[in-house]
Design a protein around this ligand. Sequence first.
Ligand code: SF4
Length: 260
Amino acid sequence: MLPVQNTMNKYTANMVEIFSSIQGEGKLVGVRQVFLRLHGCTLDCSYCDSRITRNTLIPEFCKIETTPGRQVFELITNPVPFTYITNLLTAWVSLQPNAHHSISITGGEPLLHVEALQEYLPELRKILPIYLETNGINFHELSKCIDFIDYISMDIKLPSTTKSRDFWEEHRNFLKIAARKDVYVKIVISEETPLSEIRKACEVIVSVNRNIPLIMQPITIADVSQTISSKLIFELQEEASKFVDEVRIIPQTHKYLHLL
Ligand code: SF4
């Protein structure tokens, strides 16, 4: 394993885990990625499958896969020095050239660590392209680091599934900035999703560009049993298709493969 070195970086981010897996969601479903999962989120979505990242207590350790994709981990004290991360990823890419498509910066909500991202991303991008997974709300933070990002998976959060207020204006502002890059919108849908919220989300997309792909993701639970009726899936797809050019339905496929 690589030695832990002192970092010269001004900013650091507390990490939850670093591992290699298959992207199970969205437009790039099926590609192999390195996942950097950052700590913390200001939302509390009922379906969140990254509960540890929402915990207000900063994790003492980050779980780091010792060999990419083998699901054996060791613990490194937070904050993980950035030079440790770059050395690790450089070693993985040289060990398995061409195996990885990109680095997924995920969470939690990664943009809560925008100062660290401004330092990290230019260096990480020398190793692999950068894919940002975000709740699509913190548009000021996105504007500070968008130049170092290649792909954006942007959520639009529906009040019926988050059980919180709506974020339509934040999402609109976010998408205007994200549209400079290869972006798609993801909406998690459930049996409680009303057509009115899908219409509102599509209005946000169309106000920026109706060509931006929309992926509706049925809530996918660990045993992959059905959480939403096929009738409602078709109704939501038909409604969205009235407004947006490209609408797809994709569950969280990594859960079918029992991957991280
Ligand atoms: S925004 Fe993402 S990480 Fe945050 S609570 Fe919702 S699903 Fe979980």
